[in-house]
Design a protein around this ligand. Structure first.
Ligand code: GLU
Ligand code: ZN
Length: 426
């Protein structure tokens, strides 16, 4: 089983979405189920409503999941497992006050390791501490041996025991910390492949240690994805991408392309990628978010969409309007940009502009003429009837028909907007 484990603590970033997409993709390839675990144990950081926002985003990308749950639902299980470690002597109660922990930090400035003051505290009785109102945390005993695990991207990761502390697994308020909750849940759900950000490498080893002490033997494949560097921080949320008008299919295509130069093609859909995508081909180096490539991919995906679906993005259900939008792909890449071309065509025209007088003449002609099939006939008719010539004719005609001074050839546009001409030319 694979999982996506977002924290509902802010807007979803492209790195998070890439994790979700890759996890889903591997689940499909391995014929495993895909589960969503909302990591909401850090109550201070949780933002109300972010969980449903995350689910809506996953739906937009059609990342189907078999199960979804909030990690806080498992609180009782986490506590039970912590107590089990305590009873087995694999964890211990630490009653150091905050100041003492501070002092400890000062003693061991190098790597802020825990002093070990409470190592032999295992005689402490939980209920007595609780009765006397003495605050305590539960720490896991540090590892004795080297920890080794395999990463599909980073290779074998070796960690020497001394680099890991006797870290806290259950806080003073009884809440499991991230590493403990995550390790327990991955174990309880039978997760066998974890895709996460590279910055989690130091957590993975702690989680591995927790699972080993809990006696969990099953192997988990890891894939720590390298960081995506963004030039402007506001450009890295999915919200921003939607506001800009990038299509989900284009975003998926772009994210799967990142750091991967062994792909059989550049433009593809998720179902296609499931056929040949190999996680081991992702490079270990960081990648930089490049909006030009994303824009290029977006144009290609608009081109690939069927015309009627494209028209729906602009409030129509008419293949010709889809074709019309595609004409503008030379000069526009995102749905927002295309909209800024399509909307003025159907908006009331500005007869106060420089060409207003001529536009008025042409408008009257259109409103009174029969529908003309071909653009050339239409053009000749309009020119003859209006007596306008050259720029004096073409500019106002273009503005009347498209709301803009420039754009694709009118002879390409005309057949697509012909049925709407009365509405457009006014
Ligand atoms: N909640 C973590 C995140 O949002 C999950 C990391 C993980 O365990 O994969 O990045
Ligand atoms: Zn202590």
């Amino acid at each position: 089983m694979l999982r996506f484990a977002p924290s509902p603590t802010g807007d979803m970033h492209i790195e998070d979405l890439r994790i979700a997409i890759v996890s889903y993709l591997i689940a499909q390839q391995r014929n495993e189920s895909f589960t969503i675990r909302i990591e909401d144990t850090d109550k201070a950081r949780v933002i109300e409503g972010k969980d449903s926002e995350i689910m809506q985003i996953l739906e937009k990308f059609a990342l189907k999941h078999e199960n979804v749950f909030h990690q806080s639902e498992h609180l009782h299980m986490h506590q039970t497992l912590a107590i089990r470690l305590l009873e087995e002597g694999k964890a211990f109660i630490c009653t150091c006050t905050d100041e003492e922990q501070q002092e400890d930090d000062q003693i061991d400035k190098k790597n802020h390791l825990y002093s070990g003051k409470c190592f032999d505290n295992d005689k402490e009785d939980l209920s007595t501490l609780k009765e006397r109102g003495i605050p305590f945390v539960i720490r896991i005993r540090k590892p004795q041996d080297e920890i080794i695990y395999h990463d599909l991207i980073q290779g074998d990761i070796h960690t020497m025991p001394d680099t890991i502390d006797s870290f806290i697994i259950l806080g003073a308020d009884g809440t499991p910390n991230y590493n403990f909750a995550s390790a327990c849940d991955d174990m309880l759900s039978g997760i066998n492949c974890i895709v996460r950000k590279e910055e989690y490498l130091c957590n993975t080893v702690k989680q591995k240690h927790i699972q080993m002490l809990l006696g969990y033997e099953s192997d988990i494949d890891y894939a720590h994805l390298p960081v995506i560097l963004t030039i402007e921080s506001k450009h890295d949320t999915i919200k921003w991408m939607f506001e800009e008008g990038f299509l989900p299919d284009a975003i998926i295509n772009y994210l799967l392309l990142l750091g991967n130069d062994k792909l059989p093609k550049q433009i593809f859909t998720l179902p296609e990628a499931i056929e040949w995508f190999d996680i081991e081909n992702i490079s270990k180096s960081a990648v930089t978010f490049d909006s030009d490539t994303l824009r290029f991919i977006n144009r290609k995906h608009v081109e690939l969409m069927d015309d009627k679906s494209v028209s729906k993005l602009f409030g129509f259900a008419d293949a010709d309007i889809g074709k019309l939008a595609k004409l503008y792909l030379e000069e526009a890449s995102t749905i927002k940009e295309l909209k800024s071309k399509i909307d003025p065509i159907f908006a009331p025209k500005d007869f106060e502009c420089r060409w207003g007088e001529q536009m008025k003449i042409l408008e009257t002609l259109i409103l009174n003429a029969d529908m003309i099939e071909h653009f050339d006939t239409f053009k000749t008719f309009m020119m003859n009837e209006s007596g306008l010539k050259g720029e004096n004719f073409l500019k106002p005609l273009r503005i009347l028909l498209t709301g803009a001074e420039q754009g694709p050839d009118l002879c390409d546009i005309y057949p697509l907007i012909k049925p709407y001409l009365l509405e457009i030319a006014s």
